[in-house]
Design a protein around this ligand. Structure first.
Ligand code: CMC
Length: 432
């Protein structure tokens, strides 16, 4: 094992160097404070690996993303969402029996407790569905208190995993129905996961509803592409909350909250809102596109090209590549003409040829095209981040399980204090 040396004043200490299975090197500083009294400062944890993990590998420079070793391109092409969920959570692709058992387990838990249905009456009609999803997932812990057992056996854990995967889709679709004042549609277990979700979103008790296979297949792909992405903001949040031994539902409800922000999962909603603003401002004309590109490059404008840039991908985001193709195909197949897609393509072309974006290594990320696909499927803008959350569920679950089973210590970072040093209390009548 090689070592790194750190010299502080006259003292030299050796730090072990460890490497992952894909040869990514890291300096292990776990004994640094004990041996030197020093801590490290790393805003945004840009240089810090917070855990070892065997779930997902990504190489931001080469644009590689693999779940449990399988390339995302192959999974998106060949798998179903629940098959990928099984892979991410349990580590191996399921055989036929395992897949059937897992699928029927999830399918049999799609109903939510009737008392939870009453919760929707308490939310304002226009409540953002991410707030509803986060709070309702947290509330699942009240309905399934077996999750509070400190030492859960495998059977009980598997059951709660299936409950969470199944019920979150129902909760999400019902949040949408509530927002438009329509009766909720109960899940239909004859459908697979994606078809059932579309049914709960778009069917009405007054009409026959035919599930569109092209939409099912596009949704399946979108969910797979979002299923995990190693230690991003929401997954780290799930691990941080779970490290206090908070239960699975509570930890994942915190992950949903973290995902909501526009710099993370909220970007897919922000992309379409930005494209709409550009459309209203003059559309895809050369002058208008030039004007907006200029705004995106100007820090004082408060505008960023949403759906561009990534903390880890500094070459291209392989998910964006798959989605760009899928967006073209689905819009064609569904015969949707979307002027926002034209604007998105022109912006992308300009940005990819502009020095600012080239130098800063800013490329389209997964959110650049996902919103356009959701829009083509009739999913309303406010639901976009909810779709991301449903896709990311297997990744959050797998990370929570890995963290719990490895019995990792509670996450409790340090800080560099920069406030006042000790001073005496001043009575109220003596303060200026
Ligand atoms: N448009 C214009 N300038 C940008 C953009 C952008 N989209 N992204 C980064 N920059 C500039 C930024 O101003 C900074 O410039 P400088 O070095 O001169 O100060 C430089 O590029 C580096 O940016 P950063 O914010 O320090 O980079 P980061 O790694 O902390 O942030 C990011 C990554 C994704 C938050 C950021 O690129 C961003 O805000 N993108 C737009 C929001 C977005 O699409 N988010 C979805 C991320 S992918 C899905 C997910 O994981 O949730």
């Amino acid at each position: 094992m090689s070592k790194a040396e750190l010299k502080i004043d006259d003292k030299v200490i050796e730090l072990p160097v460890i490497t992952g299975t894909e040869n990514e090197p890291a300096i292990d500083i776990s004994k640094l404070r004990a041996e030197t009294g020093y801590v490290t400062l790393d805003y945004g944890l840009k240089n810090t690996a917070v855990t070892k993990s065997s779930i997902t590998y990504l190489d931001g420079e080469k644009g590689i993303l693999q779940y449990r070793g399988y390339p995302i391109e192959q999974l998106a092409e060949k798998s179903s969402f629940l098959e990928v969920a099984y892979l991410i959570i349990y580590g191996e692709l399921p055989n036929k029996t395992e897949l059937e058992d897992f699928t029927s387990g999830v399918t049999n838990h799609t109903l939510v407790h009737e008392n939870m249905k009453k919760f929707y009456e308490g939310y304002p009609q226009h409540a953002h569905p991410m707030g509803v999803l986060s709070s309702m997932i947290c509330a699942l812990s009240a309905f399934y208190p077996d999750i509070l057992e400190p030492e859960m056996d495998k059977k009980s854990l598997d059951l709660n995993v299936q409950r969470l995967l199944a019920k979150s889709a129902t909760i999400a679709a019902w949040a949408y129905k509530n927002s438009i004042g329509h009766p909720v549609m109960y899940p239909q277990n004859r459908f697979d996961y994606s078809a059932n979700f579309l049914y709960m979103m778009f069917a009405k008790p007054t009409e026959e509803y035919e599930v569109n296979d092209k939409m099912v297949s596009a949704l399946n792909k979108l969910l797979i592409l979002h299923a995990d992405h190693e230690q991003n903001c929401s997954t780290s949040t799930v691990r941080v909350v779970g490290s206090s031994q908070a239960n699975l539902y509570t930890s994942i409800s915190a992950g949903v909250a973290a995902l909501w922000g526009p710099l993370h999962g909220g970007a897919n909603q922000a992309v379409v809102e930005m494209l709409q603003k550009i459309y209203d401002d003059g559309g895809a004309t050369k002058e208008n596109i030039d004007k907006w590109i200029k705004l995106f490059k100007d820090k004082n404008s408060g505008q960023r090209l949403m759906g561009f840039g990534h903390r880890v991908y500094k070459n291209f985001d392989p998910r964006a590549r798959i989605l760009k193709k899928a967006a073209d195909e689905v819009l064609n197949e569904l015969k949707v003409k979307d002027p926002l897609l034209d604007i998105a393509k022109k912006l992308e072309h300009h940005a990819l040829n502009d020095d600012y974006f080239i130098e800063k290594k800013l490329y389209p990320n997964v959110d650049y095209y996902s919103g356009l696909l959701y829009r083509a499927m009739g999913i309303p803008t406010e639901m976009f981040t909810v779709m991301f959350a449903l896709g990311r569920m297997p990744g959050w679950i797998a990370n929570w399980i890995e963290m719990s089973q490895e019995k990792q210590p509670i996450t409790r970072p340090r800080q560099i204090y920069t406030g006042e040093t000790k001073r005496e209390y001043v009575p109220l009548n003596k303060r200026g």
